[in-house]
Design a protein around this ligand. Structure first.
Ligand SMILES: *Cc1c(COP(=O)(O)O)cnc(C)c1O
Length: 396
């Protein structure tokens, strides 16, 4: 595709992209180069928790850009301290390391767990992860992920990530040996198809980890920052994990991620962990603005209400079209369909005129919904109406 005087093939091809270029966004809406508008229920893959270009983020970005971009991570800066203070106050964790992506935060979690093993359980380094999990695209996080086909892609893998089955405690117990140091999971498997770990399973993992002297790591890159209706998804199971990672929503669209740990787990020595951009004030100032919007009175209550509203709407759609149903937590939901035509629905939704709809199909028979957390009921209604229309043409 040509775009003005530019050629899209100057970009390395890593995925099939449709022939359009997005120019601007506002709230739940995106606009392309031809002026066509799209109702966005992807939001950068659950990233833009306050929608496109939220005013509080723009304001924080502008103000911080004039003040200080980068003093170097070897010095303190105010926004990173402010955000770390907010995150530790709102969670069961004591300390934060900021990173630039979810994968990088998870790399940090893996390193921290291995280091803890070296200190407290000599010889232990294995981290039990789960089939269908997703932890990122670096070599170690791809090895930790349970995505089908990934064990041979870019072989050899990083060693030490045996895979258990989600919600099957015996499958975890069976993998524990002297070399095991931690258990790592997403409270809701996002990329795997919106599959929640049950509260009971999370509670039993906590007990198992305590009994066998293991760390419990929650990857909340997708579920954290209000996505499931509480600030962090682990809260809903009433457990205290040892390590948590955040990404996606924490920056509201800006590249920011975090590794959090309880004091007794913070065993990094000077030089073990770092990174040029860690905790840079531009991104953490945005993080402060996003956090304050999510923590404002009534906001998370609203997420729970709209999650319920979306859930009911999807359940009604499933009933109407004889589909198995819907599942999820808060505003991370999936419609489980009767056919493998998810990709065809995604394509048709985007091509709708005069306004398109952006949806995601992580599996053939599954549509995933991850709208802005401040999506309105009217926007949910509009999405359901458009989806119903597509199903009517495909199922007639
Ligand atoms: C998206 C995601 C990641 C990877 O985050 P990046 O910012 O893309 O590196 C890791 N874990 C989970 C659960 C995710 O959803």
């Amino acid at each position: 595709m040509e775009f003005g005087q530019f050629n899209v093939n100057a970009l390395m091809e890593i995925t099939q992209r449709p022939d359009l270029v997005f120019i601007r966004g506002q709230g739940s809406w995106l606009e392309d180069h031809a002026g066509k508008r799209y109702l966005d229920f992807i939001q950068g893959w659950a990233v833009n928790c306050l929608g496109h270009c939220p005013p509080e983020v723009v304001k924080a970005l502008e103000a911080q850009a004039r003040l200080l971009l980068n003093p170097s991570p070897a010095f303190y800066n105010q926004p990173s301290i402010e955000l770390a203070t907010r995150l530790t106050k709102a969670s069961c964790f004591d300390r934060v390391f900021f990173a630039n992506s979810g994968a990088e935060a998870n790399e940090g979690a893996i390193k921290l767990a291995r280091k803890w093993g070296q200190v407290h359980k000599p010889g232990a380094y294995k981290i039990i992860t789960f089939n269908h999990s997703f932890h990122g695209r670096t070599l170690a996080t791809m090895s930790a992920s349970g995505k089908p086909g990934w064990s041979t892609l870019f072989a050899p893998q990083v060693d030490g990530f045996p895979k258990a089955e989600l919600n099957d405690l015996a499958s975890v117990e069976a993998l524990i040996d002297d070399q095991t140091v931690a258990i790592m999971l997403e409270p809701v498997q996002g990329e795997g198809g919106v599959i929640p770990a049950t509260a009971e399973f999370l509670q039993n993992l906590r007990k198992l980890a305590d009994a066998r002297k293991l760390l419990l790591i929650v990857d909340e890159v997708q579920t954290g920052m209000g996505r499931t209706g509480t600030m962090f998804a682990y809260e809903q199971a009433g457990i205290r994990p040892d390590i948590m990672t955040l990404g996606k929503g924490i920056g509201g669209g800006a590249p920011l991620a975090a590794l959090l740990a309880r004091e007794e787990v913070c065993v990094f020595k000077h030089g073990d962990q770092g990174g040029t951009y860690n905790g840079n004030p531009l991104m953490t100032a945005i993080g402060v603005a996003v956090f304050d919007a999510l923590a404002a009175p009534g906001f998370l209550e609203g997420v729970r209400q709209r999650g319920q509203y979306l859930s009911q709407g999807l359940a009604a759609l499933a009933a109407k079209w004889n589909m198995p149903g819907e599942r999820g937590n808060g505003l991370l939901r999936a419609l489980i369909m009767d056919r493998e035509d998810g990709p065809a629905i995604v394509e048709r939704a985007r091509m709708l005129e005069p306004e398109g709809l952006l949806l995601n199909a992580p599996r053939g028979n599954l549509l995933r919904f991850m709208p802005a957390l401040n999506v309105t009921e009217a926007e949910i209604d509009r999405m359901l109406e458009l989806l119903d229309g597509i199903l009517a043409t495909l199922r007639k």
